[in-house]
Design a protein around this ligand. Structure first.
Ligand SMILES: O=P(O)(O)O[C@H]1O[C@H](CO)[C@@H](O)[C@H]1O
Length: 302
């Protein structure tokens, strides 16, 4: 390969260093008059979560040094800084997925940038297919654990040289999802009238972009998976590696089809529609969680 093609290939493969990520964080810190403490990642169709921020400062991904760009419908592709419940936060309105052609370390790169910005708590949301038969479309599942399917095949965002400034070579993952915060989120959900529609369950991320076959879903069900998606796991692994406290939740946007006699088909339009349908209640939900973190958890970290 010669010329522009080889230059692009080198660029795609070039790993971020602590220094290059610091450069990205510094670019943002030079333009934002505060340090965000809480990071929020918006799932498919859930970009409206960022619209709840007051005094928004918006950075399209293509303008931020070293940032990848969003290519998926329903992921605007910008970082939004602002205040939620009076707390300085940063929100990813659009995340990166493996199926977009990005390696997992690149998909998870914004989490490390958040860390360098001063973020200590991450709230990751996603749209997911409900595999647990008791779930219904529009329900929320607080993630209590995940199965890193791609990791089974050796694909992990932490693959490659470890930089101890971010975290240890061999990070534990049995406490990935903060129990205290998850319990509080459950309580908030009940108070916000999400009551009967809130579950705690196991999420898995597949590589996508195709939705799953019936046999694949049956297998995942046997493994104990409650909700299936194509994101979040690599972000959570990266966040835990660098010591962040994590809450993650899935909006169940469709039920997984595990019946060979059913001819319905999963589709991205439905996923985005359900995200929009639930956006107002999720905005309130996330704002309350941010308020709780600020009052009960941030002070302990200071
Ligand atoms: O996980 P998020 O980004 O919410 O999006 C989910 O929705 C898309 C499929 O409709 C996939 O990208 C899947 O991962």
């Amino acid at each position: 390969m010669t010329g522009r093609g080889s230059v692009n290939k080198k660029r795609r493969k070039k790993r971020y260093t602590y220094e290059s990520l610091t450069e990205t964080a510094q670019y943002l810190l030079d333009r934002v008059p505060y340090q965000p403490r809480i990071g929020i990642i918006c799932g498919s169709g859930m970009g409206a979560l960022a619209e709840a921020l007051s005094e928004p400062l918006i950075f399209p991904y293509e303008k931020i040094p070293n940032f990848p760009v969003s290519t998926v419908e329903g992921h605007v592709g910008q970082l939004v800084f602002g205040y939620l419940s009076g707390v300085p936060v940063v929100c990813m309105q659009g995340r990166f997925h493996y199926y977009e052609g990005y390696p997992l370390w690149k998909c998870a790169m914004p989490v490390r940038v958040m860390k360098l910005l001063g973020v200590t708590h991450l709230i990751a949301s996603n749209a997911a297919g409900g595999l647990n038969k008791t779930y219904k479309v529009g329900d929320v599942m607080l993630v209590k654990d995940h199965i890193n399917m791609m990791g089974f095949a050796g694909n992990n965002p932490l693959q490659g040289p470890n930089d101890d400034r971010f975290g240890p070579r061999f990070p534990p993952m049995n406490t990935a999802y903060d129990k205290f915060l998850t319990q509080k989120a459950k309580q908030v959900a009940v108070e916000e009238d999400l009551g009967g529609m809130v579950h705690e369950g196991v999420y898995t991320c597949l590589g996508g972009p195709n939705f799953e076959t019936v046999a694949e879903l049956k297998m995942l069900g046997m493994l104990g998976v409650d909700a299936v998606g194509m994101s979040t796991v690599h972000e959570v692994i990266t966040a835990r590696h660098c010591g962040m406290t994590v809450l993650a939740f899935s909006l169940i946007t469709n039920m997984c089809i595990t019946d060979y006699n059913c001819y319905d088909e999963a589709n991205h339009e439905e996923v985005m529609d359900v995200g929009k349908m639930r956006q107002d209640v999720l905005k309130r939900f996330v704002a309350r969680i941010v308020d709780f973190i600020a009052k009960e958890m941030l002070t302990k970290d200071d």
